[in-house]
Design a protein around this ligand. Sequence first.
Ligand code: HEM
Length: 341
Amino acid sequence: MSTPTRIETTAEDIARYPFPLPERQYRYSTNVEPAGGRVETAAGAWGQLCIDIDRHFPAESAERAAILAADPTRHACLPHMIAAAWDAMLFILRELAEGYPERMSLTRDGQVYHWRNTDLGIDRNFVFGDAASLPTDPLSFVCAQIQEDVVLLDQRDGTLFADAGVVTFAADWSFGFDVGMSFLEIHGPVPRIHEERVITRAHDFLMRLAPGESYRRTNWTLTVDGKLDTSTEVYPEWGRDRRTLAEGPLAEVGERLYLRTEVQHLIRLPNSGAIMFLIRTYLLPFRAVATVPEWGERLHAVLAELPDDMADYKGLTRTRGPGLRWLSEFGGFGTAGTAGP
Ligand code: HEM
């Protein structure tokens, strides 16, 4: 599949960007907080809505549709997760209606729901749980109207299992491979978290979430050329970008290297009891990061200090050196002594 070119970054993208580095040093932690609060940043704010539609929606939803058509394994719903998929759909439609009341609405008359999404020209009735009342399955229906990736986890025998979802924008992992795996198995490859008990703590925390409760966290990495789909399945299409960036002119790094933030929501669905994990990916080129001095300085400090095992796991071994050099030469961030690898 050919990779779409990312549209030009604007001041609005910078103002809405969820800058993910709160400290000058980054380590893994169970960094969760209640969802929904507005977070002020050096350039603007983010975080008021759990489902965030922005100006990239048309391009991202077209890309999602093309990925799903080319590779059906990006979508799965094990048979016992059908109720959770309906639950997830209804939860998301409600959030959309609440967040975008001028453009979307969800009303109910007895058994029949009426959903309107004027952005997409959707205006239809459906009956909760009745497959024949929707044009597609509930996860496909709702994921065509949002930019978030969705994973649904079933809780049984004291464990969470990732048993359903639509994931088209994975950062260096494979949803198709992970489907049916437990939360602890999925996190198996992540360094440090086992000794530091980050994942067992996160697991205990998620198992205790009450129906309707929602939390969020962020994660981050670097991505070359603004590609959203850097899943394991298409590694041949993006793997070499890291080398071409490292071997290419330093002047191009500001345009080619992106700071990638994932805003992740963790929600206990009210009817099925499943956990919904939403992953919303935001990309900002280094050139744009550097327009906000606090961000440029922080990114330089974090990349320079990040231990090698974490940099390796995040896939930054080739790109952090050029990233650091670009930040110091073109942005004036960091000092000669902290230029890093
Ligand atoms: C509080 C909850 C969670 C915490 C603290 C957490 C923590 C982490 C951390 C620290 C990483 C490594 C990221 C990096 O180095 O860039 C990671 C990776 C990952 N997480 Fe989570 N996570 C949480 C929830 C979830 C949930 C609910 C899922 C759903 C299935 C999930 C799926 C993944 C996947 C697929 C990876 C990549 C693993 C790989 O390399 O194959 N996480 N997580």
